[in-house]
Design a protein around this ligand. Structure first.
Ligand code: 8Y7
Length: 371
C-alpha cells in the first residue's frame, strides 16, 4: 500500500521574530509557522503523527523511511517557496499579500446575483468598474452557473454571455479571469483579452482543455471537486478531507505539469463547497495552510457559500457578509494568496486592515525572544 507524507503547519506566527528559532514564511505570504505536524498515511490510514519545530525539521526529515524522504523534502521546500506574481497583460498581480478577485456572474440563475447583469451589459460593466475601484486585483467572469442543480448552458449561450463582457473589461485594462470548463470558451475568452483560466473542473471536463491551457501560456486555477467533471457537486468519499484534497490537488498539479503548463502558471484551490458537507468545509478551512506544501499559489472561494447559511439560521446569500468576511480572514491568516469574493469593497477593507496588523507585527520587536 502506498505511503504518503504531509507537512501541516500547526503553529502560526504573526511575524518571524515572535517565535524562538526560525519561523518559516509560508508560500511567500505574510504568514509564518513555527511548528508542523509530520503526518504519514498508508492508503487512507494515518500511521504516524509527530509534531516538529522548524529548527528540528532537518533531523525529522532525515529520520523518515527512505521512500518518503524525497516527497518530504519537496514539501518542506514548497512551504517556504516565494511565488512569482501572476502576469495579466499589462497588470501584475503580486502574491506577497492577499489579493481580492471580484466575481462577475453573467448567468440568469447564479445563487448570489443571478440575472442582474445578463440583460444589461452596462450595469455589469459598472459593477466590474466599482469592484476595481474598490481594490479588486482580478475580475472573474463566468457564464455558467456551477451552483447545485443549476440549468445546463449551451456553449453558444456561454460564449454570448462571456465574450462581449471580456472585451469590455479588457478595453479598460482589467486583469480578467474566465470561469469556464469549455475549451472553446477559454479560447474565445483569451482571444478577447482574458488572462487567467479558472476551471472548476480542474481541466477535466474536456480533455482538450489541458492541451489548450498549456499552449495558451495562461495561468490556470485548478479547483478540487470530488465527482467527475460533469457533476461537481457529487458527494465525496473522504477518509480525511484535508489530506484527501491535498492528494487530489497534488495529482492534478502533476497532470498539468506533465501536459506542459508552466509551474508558475498553476494556482490551486481546495474547492470550498464542492462535494463537501458543512463539517468537511469547516475542516478544510481550518487546514488551509497545509496546501502551501503543494508549492503553488492558493486561491480560496468561500464567499456567501452554503456553510455560512448553515451556521447562521439559514441566512440567504445576500445576508452572508459577516460569515464571508470571517472565512476570508481565516484564509488570509492561512496565507492564501487570492480570495474570490462577491463583496469586494468590504473584503478589500478587511484585507487592508489585516495587512496593517501584519506590518505592525513585523516592526514590533518587543516580541523578540531572548538570547
Ligand atoms: C468557486 C469558483 C465558484 C471557487 C474557484 C460560488 C466559479 C460557486 N466557486 N472558482 N467558482 N473557486 N476557483 O458560490 O470556490 O461562487 S461558483
Amino acid at each position: 500500500m502506498t505511503r504518503n507524507i504531509y507537512i501541516r503547519p500547526i503553529a502560526l506566527a504573526l511575524s518571524p521574530q515572535s517565535e524562538e528559532g526560525e519561523a518559516v514564511r509560508l508560500g511567500g505570504s505574510m504568514v509564518w509557522a513555527s511548528r508542523f505536524a509530520l503526518i504519514v498515511r498508508e492508503g487512507t490510514r494515518i500511521i504516524s503523527r509527530e509534531r516538529v519545530g522548524s529548527a528540528d525539521m532537518a533531523r525529522a526529515l532525515g529520520a523518515l523511511p527512505a521512500e518518503l524522504g524525497a516527497a518530504a523534502e519537496a514539501q518542506w521546500a514548497n512551504l517556504r517557496k516565494v511565488h512569482a506574481p501572476l502576469q495579466c497583460g499589462a497588470r501584475t498581480v503580486r502574491l506577497d499579500q492577499p489579493q481580492v478577485m471580484g466575481i462577475l456572474n453573467m448567468t440568469p440563475d447564479s445563487f448570489s446575483d443571478g440575472g442582474r447583469f445578463l440583460d444589461n451589459a452596462q450595469i455589469a460593466q459598472d459593477h466590474a468598474a466599482a469592484m476595481l475601484e474598490a481594490g479588486a486585483a482580478i475580475i472573474d467572469v463566468g457564464g455558467e452557473s456551477t451552483r447545485p442543480g443549476a440549468a445546463a448552458v449551451s456553449e453558444s449561450d456561454e460564449l454570448k454571455r462571456v465574450v462581449p463582457m471580456v472585451e469590455r473589461l479588457a478595453a479598460i485594462g482589467v486583469a480578467i479571469s474566465l470561469d469556464t470548463r469549455r475549451p472553446a470558451v477559454m479560447e474565445a475568452g483569451l482571444a478577447a483579452g482574458a488572462h487567467i483560466i479558472n476551471d472548476v473542473s480542474a481541466l477535466r471536463y474536456d480533455p482538450r482543455s489541458l492541451e489548450f491551457a498549456a499552449a495558451s501560456g495562461a495561468p490556470v486555477v485548478l479547483m478540487h471537486a470530488p465527482g467527475n467533471a460533469d457533476d461537481l457537486h457529487a458527494d465525496g468519499d473522504y477518509a480525511d478531507i484535508a489530506l484527501d484534497v491535498f492528494d487530489w490537488l497534488a495529482a492534478q498539479r502533476d497532470v498539468a505539469l506533465a501536459a506542459g503548463i508552466a509551474p508558475h502558471n498553476i494556482v490551486l484551490d481546495p474547492g470550498v463547497g464542492f462535494g463537501k458537507t458543512i463539517a468537511q468545509n469547516l475542516a478544510l478551512m481550518n487546514a488551509l495552510e497545509l496546501f502551501h506544501a503543494l508549492g503553488q499559489p492558493l486561491l480560496v472561494g468561500a464567499s456567501r457559500k452554503r456553510m455560512i447559511g448553515a451556521l447562521s439560521n439559514e441566512a440567504p446569500p445576500h445576508e452572508r457578509l459577516g460569515g464571508s468576511l470571517t472565512l476570508a480572514l481565516r484564509a488570509m491568516d492561512a496565507g492564501a494568496h487570492i480570495l474570490r469574493v462577491h463583496d469586494v469593497r468590504e473584503t478589500v477593507q478587511a484585507a487592508r486592515v489585516w495587512r496593517g496588523l501584519r506590518d505592525a507585527a513585523l516592526t514590533d520587536f518587543s516580541q523578540l525572544a531572548e538570547g
